[in-house]
Design a protein around this ligand. Structure first.
Ligand code: DSN
Length: 416
């Protein structure tokens, strides 16, 4: 019987092989990406993908669950220990479904909710108008101050008092500073709202103890599992026991059918990997690298939103460099540096052609790169910014980056 991917589907096999080379030979700076370990990928690509298991451990709608129940229980036990949470649900397919489950658990269509606006760094599912969460709920967006681009708590408090939302989302996809969960909770309490902390970007930093935890402060915590947490593509929800039933019902049967058991197993592996001293060091190094990259970029005259970072990401405003975020990101890719163009707060340009780029150091830190490589990276970024149409320059830098990458192999990726 023909069994290998290359034999069954050479086109897909070749594309995956090319993607492996691309991932190996480029500097991955997309703040939401990382390199999962080979153990995580092995669990994720396992026979568990063959099994249906609607329901929860011990209460399934299909037979044959002995192994799957044990796996989901292990994932939950490990996550609850790691984060110190009373309850967890590992079934959301990713971060957006996890957020939808939080809405479904506590809101009805038409209810008022609050979240950080997309242009300020929030996520689509925090109530932005093009998302279902902005269409099915009356969404009030908050943002950052014009002066320092930090979360604008005075405005949040007055908006909350005016609109009395049922649910307030905090957390972001493009905010380089520590989230003050305590102030969010005090505002939520003043208006009897549930506080949901979306820690998708910073879950690994929270697990490593290098970002304050929302556990014990926000009633509900949602997250993806693949960013700084370095697990498979997936989602999770942590909450107090008092909200466990509402969250479980919202995920299944409210929103989803059968959980992706291969992902659950890989989340369990990632939780085990995160519960060790090495992961704490990893988290600290992510932040150290982001700060070092920020300092070096500032030295080359780049402008950083909020002037730097407390976490894994940087948001650069390219205006002083006289180039848009999109052409710059495109030029960087040709030079072997992969990031995403991004709106900045109060961006005068359109979202598809914004002023900024977003950078994250989780993936490079996984490869073992450190402050020295961040300094080198900033130098290359400066060269590309100075002449972003120079293809000879881009090719030279891409070659140098390939050599650097060869010294810092990523999990599961061949050196070309
Ligand atoms: N797309 C993710 C990110 O890049 O931040 C959020 O969903």
């Amino acid at each position: 019987m023909t069994t290998t991917l290359a034999q069954v589907d050479p086109e897909i096999a070749e594309l995956i092989s090319a993607e492996k080379t691309r991932q190996a030979d480029n500097l991955r700076l997309i703040a939401s990406e990382n390199y999962a370990s080979e153990a995580v990928m092995e669990a994720s690509a396992s026979v568990l993908t063959n099994k249906y298991s609607e329901g929860y451990p011990g209460r399934r709608y299909y037979q044959g669950q002995d192994n799957v129940d044990a796996i989901e229980r292990l994932a939950n036990v490990r996550l609850r220990k790691l984060f110190g949470a009373e309850w967890s649900n590992v079934q959301p397919y990713s971060g957006s479904p996890a957020n939808l489950a939080a809405y479904l658990a506590f809101c009805d269509a038409g209810d008022t909710i609050m979240g950080m606006g997309l242009p300020a760094g929030g996520h689509l599912t925090h109530g932005w108008n093009v998302s279902i969460t902005g269409k099915y709920f009356k969404s009030i967006a908050y943002g950052v101050t014009k002066t320092d681009h930090r979360i604008d708590f005075d405005t949040i408090r007055s908006l909350a008092k005016e609109h009395r939302p049922k649910l307030i989302f905090c957390g972001a996809t493009a905010y380089p500073r520590t989230i003050d969960f305590g102030t969010f909770r005090s505002i939520a309490d003043e208006v009897d709202a549930i506080l949901v902390a979306d820690i998708a970007h910073i879950a690994g930093l929270v697990a490593a103890g290098v970002h304050p935890t929302p556990v014990g402060t926000a009633q509900v915590i949602t997250s993806t599992t693949h960013k700084t947490f370095r697990g498979p593509r997936g989602g999770m929800i942590l909450c107090d026991k008092v909200h466990a039933k509402a969250i479980n019902r919202a995920v299944f049967p409210g929103l989803q059918g059968g959980p992706h058991n291969h992902t659950t197993a890989a989340i369990a592996v990632a939780a085990k990997e995160a519960d060790c001293p090495e992961f704490k060091i990893y988290g600290a190094k992510i932040v150290e690298n982001a700060k070092a990259l920020g300092e070096a970029l500032l030295g080359y005259g780049f402008s950083l939103i909020t002037g730097g970072t407390d976490n894994h990401l940087l948001l650069a405003d390219l205006t002083p460099k006289g180039i848009g975020g999109k052409p710059y990101a495109q030029a960087l890719e040709k030079a072997g540096i992969v990031c995403n163009y991004n709106s900045i707060p109060f961006d005068p340009r359109k979202p598809f052609d914004p002023s900024g780029i977003r950078l994250g150091t989780a993936a490079l830190t996984t490869r073992g790169m450190g402050v020295q490589q961040m300094t080198q990276l900033a130098g290359w970024m400066n060269e590309v910014a100075q002449s972003h149409e120079d293809e000879t320059l881009q090719a030279r830098i891409a070659g140098e980056i390939k050599e650097l990458c060869a010294q810092f192999p990523a999990p599961g990726l061949p050196l070309s």
